[in-house]
Design a protein around this ligand. Structure first.
Ligand code: ADP
Ligand code: MG
Length: 323
């Protein structure tokens, strides 16, 4: 933004200097920091840090207000996309919601990409079959999109419903872009918005945006001391871009995420998703995927604004995601 750090209430030239030295170069960087992060790195008190963050949030115009009736009006349009699995759908209160970010996190091979592929198929079905009559945009950062897999899943659905579905047609409604680095990944959300506007006019509204995987580039590019503030600021911009897309097009936004070892875990699961509090706070639904016996996978709803925590068992088979 054009606003300088020095113009924020509570930030004098000395504090501004300390913030910049710690890597908080812009108002946005401060706005998405946590008070303790800022206090530690810039050597200021936590309450001062909290005040500065508030001022930065207002200046950066994030966390703006909206009246409840407008929120309700928008919520009435929320669609639910079936996962194709009874337990999984029930746990989600009917399915994956539009206008929200749903995060799938878990270890390598836990089935995140498989679930994403299945949703890319299901969303194209009509409402009677749990779909949203929509098309799909995929931002693929790890080169794991496989059209062959889509074909198998469409055949699976054909069998399930006793319908003749054409895999070719399904593939034509999936728009895939490779992201080569984190900046490119962020820019692709803008391109996705342009494309979604075109598709809307063509009567093929985008009801699902997938980012698989969300953090791979960010983790690879931002290593070492002093890079956290910059990374979290970029990530925050990206997450809000995704949220905006979901609201604008009444679309589901599904992101996959990696896990890292929790060094301080004495009990419970020793892993947690990466991306820190920026991802934690902007993902509406957090789902933890775990391998079980053979093709079985356990999916745990970890965090949701209105649903109880729960677990669902699904299977990853050649025909797709099943009970
Ligand atoms: P990640 O969480 O790393 O994205 P994936 O979604 O790629 O994991 O899951 C990979 C797993 O999915 C494989 O180990 C295999 O168990 C299963 N899988 C992938 N393709 C098929 C297939 N065609 N038929 C049955 N299972 C498959
Ligand atoms: Mg994957």
């Amino acid at each position: 933004s054009e606003i300088k750090l020095e113009e924020l209430a509570g930030v004098g030239p000395a504090t501004a200097e300390k913030l910049k030295e710690a890597g908080f170069n812009t108002v946005e960087a401060v706005a998405v920091a946590s008070p303790s992060e800022l206090a530690n790195t810039a050597e200021i008190g936590e309450s001062t840090a909290a005040k500065i963050i508030n001022a930065a949030r207002q200046a950066a115009d994030i966390g703006g207000f909206e009246t409840g009736d407008l929120v309700l009006e928008r919520r009435k349009l929320v669609g639910k996309l079936t996962t194709g699995c009874v337990e999984f759908d029930e746990m989600m209160g009917g399915g994956i919601e539009t206008q929200s970010i749903t995060e799938l996190y878990g270890e390598f091979g836990s089935g995140k990409t498989q679930v994403a592929h299945q949703l890319a198929v299901n969303v194209q079905m009509d409402r009677e079959h749990g779909g949203l009559d929509g098309s799909v945009i995929i931002i693929d950062t790890e080169n794991t999109f496989r059209p062959e897999r889509i074909t198998q899943m469409v055949k699976g659905l054909s069998e399930k419903y006793g319908m003749e579905l054409d895999p070719e047609e399904f593939l034509q409604n999936i728009h895939v872009a490779r992201a080569y680095n984190s900046n490119h990944q962020i820019l692709l959300v803008d391109s996705a918005t342009d494309l979604a506007n075109e598709l809307k006019e063509m009567g093929k509204p985008v009801r699902l945006l997938i980012v698989d995987s969300l953090m791979a580039h960010f983790r690879a590019e931002y290593v070492g001391r002093g890079t956290l503030a910059d990374r979290q600021q970029k990530l925050n911009k990206h997450m809000h871009g995704l949220l905006r897309f979901g609201d604008l097009f009444n679309a589901c936004v599904v992101v996959t995420n990696q896990v890292m070892a929790k060094p301080d875990a004495f009990f419970g699961d020793p892993t947690r998703p990466v991306g820190g509090h920026v991802v934690g706070h902007t993902a509406t639904f957090r789902l933890y995927l775990r391998k079980s016996k053979g093709e079985k996978r356990i999916i745990r709803l970890v965090d949701s604004p209105s649903l109880p925590e729960g677990e669902a068992v699904v299977a990853v088979t050649t025909a797709g995601l099943t009970d």
